[in-house]
Design a protein around this ligand. Structure first.
Ligand code: PHB
Length: 394
């Protein structure tokens, strides 16, 4: 066994490593062509920061393998989705049909995800969603060749409904951008908040990607609810949290959210983000050795702190590396690859996870609070939460 291989095996779980060692005496895949990885992320627009973090994390994981998996180099083909759903079919088809990508990593935006899934259905490429939460992606539209290393909309917002009620809030205003992910987040929050006994007294929807929030905030001030629950992310989250403070609501009406509200944004939000409470499957300060190593390496590579989007991109890279290693570099038999992916445990900076039958992570959701610019863990909001995968027949 050569050195490169020894180093690589040392980072794999013992069971996978054992399989590879036992198989390595047999015939190795002759294929030394590049593994083609299409990348469909927003590199411009309101989600540009999320796209960049995801790509950084993905490349960090592949770099850890020496940019070479089971003897094959990795080739990235990057496409800017601009977070525009209308662009999804054309870009997906160019990666899948023209480039014959083995894997397509993307997207960030749920509307783009739904377009991609329609285009990749039944094709010989495997899609790994490193962010978009649309419930249907691992629910009613689930596909054998679609995996997600992130979350479903439901997973990130459902636990906060009960937490909010337990914090003593009975009447809440909810608000988000008016598109799939935002609406599903508010629905999931509503589901557990009303079940606990609370009441959503007003739901506000803002056209995506608009960031003029003043009129909505004026209305919230006049309603004066016990708390506000929102979904905004990226540039929109920065603007919303700052406006909330500037309009005098901070300190008067507690601000809650799904964790994207303070993810990768706290430096830009500054003091306005302090004390904001969110739920998410990750926190900067998670006390897990894997998280510490990941964050140190990320900072060294990219000169800035990692965030959840980087973690999810990194886990997409780990998923590719482990699956292709398990098939000894063979990517032509996609059914065999999928079978491996379904069984893997991913050693994520968020904590190890595996996939549900519908290919969505089963993962722990934390209640978090921003303290000194960091998302700290208040407590576990829900251990090993599995999305209900409504409508999936995998
Ligand atoms: C989504 O559209 O699914 C989405 C976008 C940004 C986030 C989270 C989810 O931060």
């Amino acid at each position: 066994m050569n050195n490169k291989k020894k180093i690589f095996l040392s980072v794999l779980p013992a069971t996978v490593a054992a399989t590879i060692i036992s198989m390595s005496t047999g015939s190795m895949a002759a294929d030394s062509d590049p593994i083609k990885v299409g990348v469909m992320l927003p590199f411009s627009g309101v989600y540009a920061g999320l796209g960049e973090s995801t790509r950084n994390g993905l490349k960090q994981a592949i770099k850890e393998q020496g940019n070479n998996i089971a003897g094959r180099p990795v080739e990235f083909i990057e496409m800017d989705t601009e977070a525009k759903p209308a662009r999804a079919p054309e870009i997906t088809s160019s990666l899948v049909d023209n480039q014959q990508a083995d894997f397509v990593i993307g997207p960030v935006h749920s509307g783009v995800a739904m377009g991609m899934i329609k285009s990749i259905k039944g094709k010989d490429s495997i899609m790994i969603i490193p962010n978009a939460g649309a419930n249907a992606a691992t629910g009613a539209f689930c596909q054998p060749n679609v995996f997600r290393t992130s979350f479903s909309s439901w997973q990130t917002a459902f636990p906060m409904g009960k937490e909010a009620y337990d914090m003593g809030y009975k009447k809440i205003v909810t608000m988000s951008w008016n598109y799939g992910f935002g609406k599903e987040s508010l629905e999931a929050f509503n589901e557990s908040f009303t079940k606990a006994g609370g009441e959503v007294i007003k739901e506000m929807l803002v056209p995506f990607p608009k960031t003029e929030f003043q009129s909505y905030l004026t209305e919230i001030a006049s309603i004066n609810p016990d708390a506000v629950f929102v979904f905004f992310a990226g540039g929109g989250a920065v603007k919303f949290v700052k406006d909330y403070d500037a309009m005098g609501l901070k300190g008067k009406i507690p601000l809650l959210g799904s964790g994207f509200l303070t993810e990768g944004t706290t430096t830009a939000q500054g003091p306005a983000a302090e004390e904001v409470i969110t739920t998410l499957h990750y926190a900067d300060a998670l006390d897990i050795p894997k998280n510490k190593h990941f964050r140190q390496d990320y900072e060294t590579l990219y000169g800035k702190p990692a965030d959840l989007f980087a973690v999810q991109g990194y886990d997409a890279g780990q998923l590719i590396a482990q699956a292709v290693t398990a098939t000894q570099g063979n990517t032509s038999d996609k059914a065999a690859l999928i079978e491996q992916m379904e069984q893997l445990e991913i050693d994520s900076p968020r904590g190890a996870f595996h996939f549900s039958k519908s290919h969505n992570p089963i993962q722990t959701i934390y209640l978090r609070k921003v303290v000194d610019g960091q998302n700290t863990v208040v407590k576990v909001a829900h251990e090993n939460l599995e999305d209900p995968a409504r409508g999936c027949r995998l």
